[in-house]
Write a protein that binds this ligand. Structure first.
Ligand code: UDP
Length: 253
């Protein structure tokens, strides 16, 4: 097979040149990092699950008219996506307090937000992805006012969709992060949801028990991360076809 050109390798994914202009292949690795890559591990099967889960969420978004980069899944670990110019911001939506919001504002984990709170973090590993304000974003030219309005609208639609899908399977969407990219059509651009949507970038709690089913399991050593992601995939009816936990067939006499 011809070698593909690697465009970029990140902490959890690799991007390759796609088969046609304007496309890329996104490969999901098993590598897992936390705390700005201070903590690292390889969790077998995580990439396969995230490839499937991101396909599931992006396909659902397409069905309700939320534009995103997903074109089709190619195999267990790869999907074909539209290439975008990534806006260098992580867009976080919070429905309940957790993680850095608890630390920053001294809130108890799980405190409900009066309304979904949207935050922007500047994507810069060396700086530890600092929280930035809309003033910073506009003044430093990371996005324009119209982009900001569009990003907020996209983030809220993703939140409503994801909250509903997860609640239907007994899981509370506490918070999540998305990345947004520009696609250019002549001199105009529009914004679409890019990167991935998976338990790596969401906080998901079981409604009944409060069990964490997201990357906090790894961040806080709460158990087996692949088990938690498998549980999410199982509840959503999304499991890789050739990974089965069914017992071996036995002969019936
Ligand atoms: N998040 C992410 N990538 C990052 C930082 C955060 O996907 O680089 C997600 C994280 O999984 C959580 C949400 O964004 O669902 C909010 O994260 P938070 O600001 O609380 O930071 P954390 O506690 O994860 O460092």
């Amino acid at each position: 097979m011809a070698r593909r050109k690697k465009i970029y390798e990140g902490k959890a994914k690799i991007m390759y040149e796609g088969p046609e202009p304007g496309t890329m292949v996104q490969y999901f690795k098993d590598d897992t990092t936390a705390n700005n890559a201070e903590k690292k591990a390889v969790i077998e099967g995580k990439g396969v699950l995230n490839n499937r889960l991101s396909e599931f969420f992006m396909t659902g978004l397409t069905q309700i008219g939320v534009p995103n980069h997903f074109i089709k899944r190619l195999n267990m670990r790869e999907q074909l996506i539209r290439s975008v110019e990534i806006i260098p911001l992580e867009v976080v939506v919070r429905n309940f307090a957790a993680g850095s919001m608890c630390k920053r504002l001294g809130m108890a984990e799980g405190t409900p937000m009066p309304r979904p709170i949207i935050e922007f973090y500047y994507k810069d590993d060396a700086l530890g992805d600092p929280l930035v304000s809309e003033e910073h974003i506009i003044a430093f030219g990371w996005a324009q006012q119209q982009d900001l309005d569009d990003m907020v609208a996209l983030a809220l639609r993703v939140n409503d969709f994801m909250s509903g899908v997860m609640m239907a399977v007994g899981i509370k969407l506490v918070d999540f992060k998305i990345e947004i990219g520009r696609i250019w059509e002549n001199d105009f651009h529009r914004l679409i949801v890019a990167d991935e949507i998976s338990p790596d970038s969401c906080r998901l709690w079981d409604v009944e028990t409060g069990r964490k089913l997201d990357k906090d399991v790894f961040r806080r050593d709460l158990g087996d991360l692949a088990d938690a992601y498998t549980e999410v995939a199982r509840r959503l009816g999304v499991l890789p076809t050739n990974v089965t936990h069914a017992p071996k067939p036995t002969l019936i006499n």
